[in-house]
Design a protein around this ligand. Sequence first.
Ligand SMILES: *[C@@H]1O[C@H](CO)[C@@H](O)[C@H](O)[C@H]1NC(C)=O
Length: 193
Amino acid sequence: MFNLSSIVFAATVFAASVGMAAPVRRQNNCYLTGKVALPAEIQNLQAGLSSVTCDTSNEVFPNVPDVTSGGISYSSIDFQSSNLSPLGFALKTFATPTDPAQTDMTVLQNQLNTYLAVESSIRSQSASNSANLTKVKSAKFFLQFQAARAKTALGQKLGVADTVEHQLGKVTKNAIGATKEELAAVNALAKQL
Ligand SMILES: *[C@@H]1O[C@H](CO)[C@@H](O)[C@H](O)[C@H]1NC(C)=O
């Protein structure tokens, strides 16, 4: 015969096992701290960012953990550490060698991965645009622009959305707080291939 306490115990174990065995949320990369669905083009990047790790003890934006890709942490290349505009910071921090073909593509990709992860994290919390999102995008597009320059210099064939001209347009459009000089510097780099 069951007594009341064993029934309560069994019910508690059952509830706990259901809670563990049936997660309601889809599997997410660690930095996706919010519940807002990502735009398709950002969602499509998530599989490529699955090895990014998170440090929740160090938030780089509200509810956004520091993230690391291939040994490079976002916090070590955060534009917020600078008084320059995000683009000005990116020009200084993510410079390529004079010959862009000499770029260390692994480092550049890991730097880009941390910015993509932080962008995704911010977007997972709100569907609306914020100044913080635009700032992150400003530096992110510069990283993509640098990758496009390097790949072009290496003679790689690029899709229309990956060309230097296309990324230059994105950098220009998202250049929040940038000076005329910074924009002129990016335009000059677009011709240094
Ligand atoms: C933007 O980021 C700053 C610094 O990380 C933070 O203090 C601020 O609250 C953020 N703004 C919003 C709207 O989340």
